[in-house]
Ligand binder design. Structure first.
Ligand code: SF4
Ligand code: SF4
Length: 495
């Protein structure tokens, strides 16, 4: 597959390829929100005792996707805003768990494939799926035009696919078979790293004979694992229907739900970043206190924790909060409070740059110890074109930035800012430190809002025109009736 742009960022703090178990927490503080979900329908009461796998809340706007209790315990609803706290935690029972009461109805209505999809939703595996074009949760009962499965996670500091698959290749292939049984004839694209890698060889050997899985090999270059970029590269079109996309952990969750009917309660996450002492992968459940993770893996207190990878994650306030249900990694950077003296004039033997303008470009295999320090001020665009070179979406970030600067929203829309996949590479390489990705995110929101307002206005105008036409029609009909009545001959009363 031909892909454009992309860039491999080499930073210190890459998590080791082993999975470590962290101590069981005293309590869990589970957010009622995540990047895509808002679990606003709370189904438990304060003080209620729940078992692991019970549904605590659902998201009514996302097919009632459930928030499952990762451990048994006592519910506290008023401890932390927008969180469910679980105290007095019990060891996981690990029992098979199926909400039996709803099954006959589902089987009757949709057959065994419907039952499987229902199980994926209620046991927490469906949350790992997204639509490649919109990023939203797809309809679990819907029909995709294709499925893309990626075994790669190329953003710095998110959990790697090869680590997720350690000793679990069999579960992965079983999950693939389950997924295939939900489809009719739609293709499954399995995205693997470059043909020569040992990991690719192992996966390929395991799925030999699966004629329905088309193997797609891509170079290990960020963000070639982005589902939107992959779908476009495969020639798929958003107008032809949803494209289900899922990563390694999602296929393992499918296997768990459909082979042993157990809820998916733990995830493998990466804890990495230049401020982390021993970057590793860890097995954790939603609600695990983020401040404990930061304390366990770092020293010092001037730190910024990010939920997700280095380029697309979001800074989090670790106090009194826990991991959300979609977390794939925690990135931790040092946050210098003091301004660096003449930081911008240093020759940069310890600084990496896309432009290769620092002394570090003479060092081989160089990884930067990145911090949140800006080292100098933001500057106007110098038209260096680096952002366009790395952009995988084939748009011109510098041009979009100039349109935005001049408030040319229509031109921005025509230049297809909507194709931006929020990979953050343009912001990363920009020598003028322009927050391009953030600007485009806001612009996309603004354009969507303006379009929605225009649509509502058009609808209201059409409604007004229809009402006006109906009123005129009624008036004309009344006038005709009256004219007919006036013209009618007066009957002789016979007196
Ligand atoms: S414009 Fe969007 S897709 Fe292109 S590099 Fe920037 S963030 Fe990535
Ligand atoms: S990388 Fe920054 S300075 Fe260079 S063209 Fe893009 S926006 Fe301008």
């Amino acid at each position: 597959m031909k892909l454009r742009g992309g860039y491999n960022i080499t930073l210190e703090g890459r998590p080791a390829g082993v999975v470590t178990k962290l101590p069981e927490p005293q309590r869990l503080c589970i957010p009622l929100f995540s990047r895509r979900f808002n679990f606003s329908e709370v189904l438990v009461t304060d003080g209620q005792v729940v078992s692991d796998g019970d549904t605590l809340a659902t998201d009514p706007d996302n097919y009632s996707v459930p928030l499952l209790a990762p451990r048994g315990g006592t519910v506290r609803l008023n401890d932390t805003d927008n969180h469910i706290v679980l105290e007095d935690l019990a060891c996981p029972a690990g029992k098979a768990h199926t909400p039996e009461k709803d099954l006959p109805h589902i089987v009757q209505k949709m057959g065994s494939a419907g039952l499987k999809r229902y199980k994926l939703l209620t046991l927490g595996a469906w949350q790992f799926f997204s639509d490649a074009f919109t990023g939203d949760l797809p309809d679990p009962m819907g029909k995709p035009q294709a499925v893309i499965i990626s075994t790669l996670s190329l953003e710095p500091y998110v959990a790697r696919g090869d680590v997720q698959l350690l000793n679990r290749l069999l579960q992965f292939t079983r999950g693939l078979e389950h997924l295939q049984s939900l489809l009719e004839y739609q293709p499954i694209y399995l995205v693997l790293p470059d043909i020569k890698s040992e990991f690719a060889t192992r996966v390929r050997e395991q799925i030999r004979g699966y004629a329905w899985a088309k193997l797609i090999e891509i170079p290990m270059k960020y963000p070639y694992d982005n589902f939107n970029i992959l779908a476009r590269g495969l020639g798929l079109k958003g107008a032809d229907g949803p494209v289900w996309s899922v990563r390694t952990e999602g296929i393992l969750a499918v296997d768990r739900s459909l082979t042993v009917s157990k809820p998916c309660l733990v995830r493998i996450l990466a804890v990495g970043g230049p401020a982390v002492k021993n970057p590793v992968h860890v097995k954790l459940m939603a609600g695990y206190p983020t401040d404990s993770i930061v304390d366990m893996f770092t020293e010092g207190d001037c730190l910024r924790a990010i939920n997700g990878g280095m380029l697309s994650g979001e800074a989090i306030n670790t106090a009194k909060s826990g991991l959300d249900t979609e977390a794939r990694g925690i990135t931790i950077l040092s946050e210098p409070k003091e301004r660096e003296f003449l930081g911008f004039v240093r020759p940069g033997s310890d600084r990496a740059s896309y432009s290769g303008c620092f002394l570090s470009s003479f060092r081989s295999k160089f990884s930067e110890r990145l911090t949140t320090a800006l080292r100098g001020e933001g500057r106007p665009c110098i038209s260096c074109n680096y952002c366009e070179e790395v952009c995988p979406a084939g748009i011109m970030p510098h041009l979009l930035h100039k349109y935005l600067y001049e408030d040319l929203i229509e031109e921005l829309d025509e230049a297809r800012v909507d194709l931006c996949v929020q990979c953050g590479l343009c912001s990363f390489v920009c020598p003028s430190k322009i927050e391009l990705k953030q600007q485009f995110l806001e612009a996309i929101d603004l354009i969507a809002k303006e379009k929605e307002e225009a649509r509502l206005e058009k609808e209201a105008a059409e409604k007004r025109a229809q009402e006006e036409a109906a009123r005129r029609e009624a008036e004309e009909a009344a006038a005709n009736e009256k004219a007919k009545a006036d013209d009618a001959p007066v009957e002789d009363s016979g007196e």
